[in-house]
Design a protein around this ligand. Structure first.
Ligand SMILES: [Zn+2]
Length: 138
């Protein structure tokens, strides 16, 4: 154990104890709670450092959950990135959506693909069926 880290942790915890008596309805202010939050964050980081615990390494979520499946990093940011990289409405082929509408109905297609791809598929299908002009004249 790093003696400097442990000393810093003891100091931080001692400072946090000062909040015990100040957290009364009359004395508790947003500013006081912000200070307390910063103190708690510092204590958490020091505990992680002292125990060599995994940290997110994220500026936005330094005390957030660690993405253990990915072998580290910020779970919140990694989840957001994975969701953004996952199938987007414009990635779903119009034919697949139209087939789902024809075979299973509008509601099931919306449940499967979401409202935007269904609306886009219907608009695309409508465009093709309402125009009798050859493609170069559309
Ligand atoms: Zn993050």
């Amino acid at each position: 154990m790093n003696p400097t880290t442990l000393r810093d942790l003891r100091t931080t915890l001692a400072e946090l104890r000062r909040y015990e008596t100040r957290l009364t309805p009359g004395e508790t202010t947003p500013q006081l709670l912000r200070e307390l939050d910063q103190g708690l964050s510092l204590a958490r980081r020091l505990v992680a450092a002292a125990g060599d615990l995994p940290v997110t390494g994220c500026r936005t979520h330094p005390d957030g959950p660690v993405d253990r499946e990915a072998g580290g990093g910020c779970l919140l940011c990694n989840t957001r990135r994975r969701a953004a990289a996952a199938t987007r409405p414009e990635d779903v082929p119009v034919e697949d959506v139209l087939t789902a509408i024809a075979e299973h109905g509008h509601e099931e297609a919306v449940r499967r693909y979401g409202p935007r791809p269904v609306a886009r598929a219907l608009a695309t299908a409508g465009r093709h069926t309402t125009s009798n002009l050859p493609p170069e004249h559309r």
